[in-house]
Write a protein that binds this ligand. Structure first.
Ligand SMILES: *Cc1c(COP(=O)(O)O)cnc(C)c1O
Length: 434
């Protein structure tokens, strides 16, 4: 598999380099030179395959021998060892639950696959890999659990003090082994700035083999295509012919993966980009003006992004043509009040509890379905996190009904270990140098 930079189509590198570098020096994003279209027979027969089988076929095709079959199978079976079930909550409206992995968020798909691919490419005897990751909550947990116990890799997580939920903090700080956590007296932006500065520091670059684990890494995008194919397999088993996907969107990695699956031949009627009031993309699609802005804090905080990092990938998939994007992608924006109303309504009418990110995707789907009535179309909205990760959002009567998964109960007894640092680079650098 060969990659190019969205800023320079002539810059070509192999997949392995893209995995370790994350970002081209020209600040574009890596994209596959060749996006293969899957065998139509395989697509027509998708309902006969399970998730690991689909994951293997899809990744084999796009990776194009970057990893031999037998090794790829081992990576997939180890990384994608949990389910992504589709649950019907009302007529024609289905939720794709992506929170059954160890960190209870869809980021497990990307982080677990990426960690195993990185460890696969690390040659024996090579310098230890140091993964630095700044998190506002969900990414850190998925990355930590993805790399836990992986030989020759050390992970350092930076999170903003007092700004992650209790469960998220437990997921970040109770791992031990090759994972260490630092609480930064500052914001998520401070954490991200410290990581960026570390990558540009000559002394640190000399001493350590640094890499990042954020969502722009191409090896996080590929495994996220798997559940779109697998969802289609499930709607076929339910008797539907067409599907529309509604995706809670922040950095637009998740919906980008859906569009990649569509480019690979997955039949999709439409994609809905569901955002909170951080509506840079909905406004761009409407007006043609892309105006990055500072993020606004909301209850769906994993989507509080004012300048979505993966948007350039989506424009690239459509050759930069906004009107073509609009043919396939409709964008919606909802505020906190609407989010809470949706959570309450869906709980009251259907007994289903959605996390605030998921609720925004439900709202977008309802809106689209109102204008496109058909019993042939399955509406699918993606549930990106388990509601128990955001206990403070829910009214007490709903909060008390949330099932707490086993892995969360286990976390509660564990000791939290983290370093505490200010938001200045000198202190962070001294910590890294040990
Ligand atoms: C990261 C995250 C999102 C946003 O996903 P993108 O790929 O950045 O668009 C949505 N919901 C939850 C729960 C997340 O953790």
């Amino acid at each position: 598999m060969i990659l190019y930079s969205t800023n320079n189509r002539d810059l070509r590198i192999p997949f392995k380099d893209g995995v370790f570098n994350s970002l081209p020096v020209d600040k574009g994003l890596y994209m596959p030179v060749n996006i293969p279209v899957l065998d139509p027979e395989f697509i027509a027969d998708l309902h006969k395959y399970n998730l690991p089988e689909i994951a293997f076929r899809v990744s084999k095709s796009i990776l194009n021998n970057a990893i031999p079959d037998a090794d790829l199978k081992v990576i997939i079976d180890d990384a994608i060892n949990f389910d992504a079930p589709l649950v019907e909550i009302s007529e024609g409206i289905n939720v794709l639950e992506l929170f059954h992995g160890p960190s209870l968020a869809f980021k497990d798909f990307g982080a677990r696959f990426m960690s195993r691919v990185m460890s696969y490419f690390l040659q024996e005897g090579e310098k230890q890999l140091d993964v630095l990751v700044a998190t506002s909550g969900d990414t850190g947990g998925a990355v930590a659990l993805g790399f836990l116990g992986v030989p020759n890799v050390r992970v350092t997580i930076l999170f903003p003090k007092g700004k992650v939920s209790l469960i998220q903090e437990l997921q970040l700080t109770t791992n031990g082994q090759n994972i260490r956590a630092i609480e930064i007296d500052g914001t998520f932006d401070d954490c991200q700035a410290l990581v960026k500065q570390a990558f540009n520091d000559p002394e640190l670059k000399e001493k350590f083999r640094l890499t990042s684990a954020n969502s722009i890494n191409i090896s996080r995008l590929i495994p996220q295509t798997f559940y779109y194919f697998n969802a289609y397999a499930q709607i076929r088993r339910m008797g539907y012919k067409e599907v529309v996907f509604s995706v809670p969107s922040g950095n637009f990695g998740n919906i980008g993966a859906g569009l990649l699956a569509w480019k690979m031949g997955l039949p999709v009627r439409a994609f809905l980009a569901a955002t909170n009031v951080n509506d840079t993309v909905p406004i761009f699609l409407q007006t043609g003006l892309y105006q990055a802005k500072p993020s606004v804090q909301t209850w769906s905080n994993a989507m509080d992004v004012g300048d979505p990092s993966n948007w350039v990938r989506i424009m690239d998939l459509f050759g930069g043509d906004r009107s073509l994007v609009k043919k396939w992608v409709s964008a919606y924006s909802f505020n906190d009040e609407q989010t809470l109303e949706a959570i309450e309504l869906v709980y009251k009418k259907f007994g289903y509890i959605m996390c605030p990110h998921t609720a925004i995707a439900w709202l977008a789907l309802k809106s689209w379905m109102n204008n496109h009535q058909s019993d042939q179309i399955a509406g699918v909205f993606l549930a990106t996190a388990h509601p128990c990760k955001f206990p403070d959002i829910f009214p007490a009567d709903i909060a008390s009904k949330i099932d707490i998964p086993e892995q969360v109960k286990e976390l509660e007894g564990k000791e939290r270990v983290s370093a505490s640092l200010g938001n200045d680079f000198t202190g962070f650098k001294a910590y890294l140098l040990g």
